[in-house]
Design a protein. Sequence first.
Lengths: 476, 793
Amino acid sequence: MRNDLNRRDFLKKTSAAAIASMASGAPFAGLMSSCNSKISIPATADTVILLFMAGGMAHTETFDPKKYTPFRKGMQSSEVLSTFPSVPTVLDGIHFSEGLESIGKIMDKGTLIRSYVAADLGHILHTRHQYHWHTCYEPPQSVVVPHLGSWIAKELGPLNPVIPPFINIGQRFTVGEGEELKAFHSAGFLGSEFGPFLIPDPTSGLESVRPPVGMSTKRFESRNQLYENLIKESAMGEFGSDYQKESLKRSMEQAYMLLNSPEAKAFDLTQEPKESYDRYNTGKFGLGCLLAKRLVDQGARFISVTTEYEPFFGWDTHDNGHTRLKDMKKMIDAPIAQLIKDLDESGRLERTMVIVASEFSRDMLTEGRPDLKVLDQVEVPEIIDDMKNYGMHRHFTDGCSVLMFGGGIKKGHVFGKTADERPCKTIENPIKINDLHQTVYHALGIAPDTNYIIEQRPFYTTPDGHGKAEMQLLKG
Amino acid sequence: MISEGFWLWQFLGRLHPMVVHFPIALLLFGAFLELFTIGKFQSKLRPGINLMVLAGAVSVLIAAVFGLLLATNEAVEGELLDLHRWLGIGSAIFSIGVLYLLNQVGKKKQTEKITAYRAVLFIAAFGVGLSGHFGASLTHGEDFLTETFPWNNSNSYVSGSFDLAAYESGASGLSPEKEMQLIGEVRTVLAHNCYKCHSGAKTEGELRLDEREFVFQGGESGIVISPGNPDESELFRRINLPKNHKDVMPSKGKHLSKEEIDLIGFWIEKGAPWPDGAEQKSVYRVAELAPRKPALPRLSTGLENPIDLWVNAYFEENELKWQAAVDDRTYLRRIYLDVVGLVPSPEELELFTADSNPDKRAVWLRKLFDRNDDYATHWLTFWNDALRNDYTGTGYITNGRYNITDWLYKSLQSNKSYDIFVKELLNPTDASKGFIEGIRWRGTVNASQRTEMQAAQNVGQVILGLNLKCASCHDSFISDWKLEEAYAFANIFADSTLEVSRCEKPIGKLASTRILWEELGEMDSSATRSEKLRQLSEYLVQPANGRMYRTIVNRIWKQMMGRGMVEPVDEMDNEPWSQDLLDWLASDFVENNYDLKELIFLIGTSKIYQSQSSGVKSADLLVAADYTFNGMVRRRMTAEQFSDAVSQVFSPVFEEKDLKYNPSQLLTEQSSNIHFTRASLVANNSFLTALGRPNREIVSTNRDSQASLLQALELTNGERLNTVLQKGAAQWKEKYKDGPIIVEEVYNKALLRKPSKKESEIALAALGNSPDVGQIQDFFWAVILLPEFQLIY
């Protein structure tokens, strides 16, 4: 990590490492019998950054543009496939929608998937599809199933003992459908130790890892000292050790270690040079990407950065689709490209996988699957007179775009294809969520049959262990 | 990897396990004797040692070569093998060194050479020993040694020992009864080790081992059992392979024990008999449905409470001793936390201690029962978890979910008898319908998660201690419950007849309507839903349904004693540590009008409840099948108890505006005297979540007692707790001012005792004589994070 570690840092780190190793052998894990898979896969990635486009990102307006029809009063809605012109990318013959030029320039460093097929869960509820995207399990389930990040945290543990292995940036839970969002931001049966470390606002990331507001480091240290001295004297000592007491002491030590560690500075965006900060600063999401970069530099394991889901905001365009997407693209284009460039320059892209994905796509007319009638569709007039009706306002599951970079992913590669006429659905190499997760696990060296026995039944990383790593996405 | 090598190499490879014993014995013993020659190289032992070392070193080389052949030919891989391989090769290299140095020493006896020779010899001997250990781990399994340790037995299914000799009676073959008994044992082994992947539910490699027809039909690689010939049976070969072999079965979970392998071998040798009707016999432990009231054991001096008579009998049988009784302070704290979820005040403790009535513990416990609102508020937490009530997530958007808090609170407050309580849940009014209505998700859901099936699963789990989740998708591989039985039960909750689906695919059959046990009564399948629910509620609450009452007494026992008589508490088919106590307590509960408070009173006044608690080293020991009961198990306060205790002692954690349900709006004759907002009445929030309150999307009957980093972070720098402590500190500074007084008062209120001299010194060193708000706040913080504050002990 850094070569100029002083002795104090070194001592801190080694003891933190010792604690982390104790924590990984924590008794809770013992409650479950894990399958010791016999399959061993050499890992090509150590870290994953998931950039989530929450709310349904239309593929035809972003990474898979179709015929452009400019707005004019009295136009037929059935004419419209894309509301933006396309622009070339660094890859021959591959175009993106206008507004994504920066990402277009770095596509030689990763793979563009144009054939992701989301599950068909009937009547659309974004959070249900997001639950499915993040856990592979269709809600509801009779047990609480873990988030992708929790599986990774459980199987691989932290990369640096003082950085929590699963960090979730940018999502508040006080918005609409907050409870539904909580339902999948969970380690479920793997135990709360592997749950997400939540940073709803990247600019206040430091608050999560520093002593309480208004408390100096000196006071924080002496408070901890007082606690340690009192615990030694407490009457509970006479009862010998038990796991609740031990795990409490151990967790408190770990928390103290994190809050007091030099790595905690990584959470502080004000430490970033101004030029760099400005390059990322397109708002919360852009700064989330910057925070992700800083944490990867310090040894993070899994980070999710979201454009944030809130019903009818962000990518969830039920009106004014065209106008709003201009802003959305502005929000993501520069920071995603910058993140890939920075990781590439520091050499970390080699072992860091970055994924850009959304729970499903959108279309102007087709809701759900092309052949399925769904309830509660957004009203779309046949003749468009008003700009507010110009855009992708219905939910489409049959063809979505995903970007993947680094950590063993092929460079300058395009996978899959959608039709050029409505419905613009997947016509080549369809890939589903189970395959996508298995591909990520494969790159991380996590065996496809990893499972735990919960309530006497085996639960795998994907339902019944289904899905296969898509080897065409990975370097041979 | 070569799959079929030249036969000679394969043969020599297989000699490896035999050959390895020479170097281990020779080198280790040689090295051992070498120790005696230190100081006198040319001892009488010298020629013998030299010979031994020579033979040992040569045999290491041979063993290493054979080992490499074996690994190449037998397709074994894994980390353990790598370790074994490199240690083996390393030992071989050191052995060459030994030979060379021994030769050198023979020529010129230089001291350095002797030292070098000895060092290399010891290393080689150690390496061979260690490599041998890992080699043995490869063939016998890594836990071969450790699994014999008494504390290493956490599997709820204990692999049995089988008396094979008992079968060897008749001259020609087995009698029909013996055959039946044998196949029963064989199927038990198959069920617990193989069904997860090889049964109707899940069929890997096209092989099913759950029915005779399929077992003998074999799988994708052909026949697996050759009756009479274990050695030609693929199944027998696979279970005999070493643990890391790629073909070994079971490929997931535990390797079969030697007894189990012998049993299967014996069965195949006897012609693999599988008589008709073998499938009808259960291979799972099934608890009795009917109630049973065993006669109490003879009276014993000093024991009046029937619970204690049973515990005493158990202690005698297991040669255990009673722990000492707890003092008044510990007892009072226990009953307060268990009955009303609060810690007693120092004034209450003082009154209690001063009370000279010999029956004061029973009297005070009764007195607590009168605090109906505080009791209801505390037990609301437990029931909200179990009935997944007070949940704010999905379903509410589309009116697919109903809150029952008002009904629940009033039921607890009036101590509704448990049979009526269950009846009202199963055959509900609008106020109590939330439990069986379940969560209606938007969009299409799995057939096994339709609301009727949710009702079946949840009634099974919560009310009957039965896991139907598996059987609601396919025939269960963890019990005898069949898909159609689960559907028949779910059909009771349906408006129109359900269509049976197996793993999401309709099987073209309509569900019948049946209660899980015919003994409880026959359902009228043509009746309306409300009539079916009425029948169900009547049938289930009958005293004849001993299972339901065992389930509830076991749950209450766990709440008070830290561990159920049966664990997990939702799997009532598991064996209790005392069947007699469980049966007796359930029957007594029925005889005492299903009165939950009386049950709590009976447990709370027992000697065992008043005895010292104990801790366990890890959470899995708590649910181990061979758990030995020796009294109350210490546990962590719930999120609600902890935050109420902080509210009580320092400053309220929640305000009235946080209330989600406000019982003070109810007209009650005697409402609570508590003047802060209780945590069980507020909506879930990040503070309570971090401390373990579930979001109640699914039934939850067990709170995680283990602390985690995310929890510790919330307690260390979370805004809510620090703000609360700061507020409290400001008030205390105003009120008490002086450091020494604050120290006394904090210990008094939070821990109900005086600080020791040492504790006073430490605290005063931090606070000084006139501490500021920050110092007081930090002292509060340090005290509430003590296990003594957070545990129920």
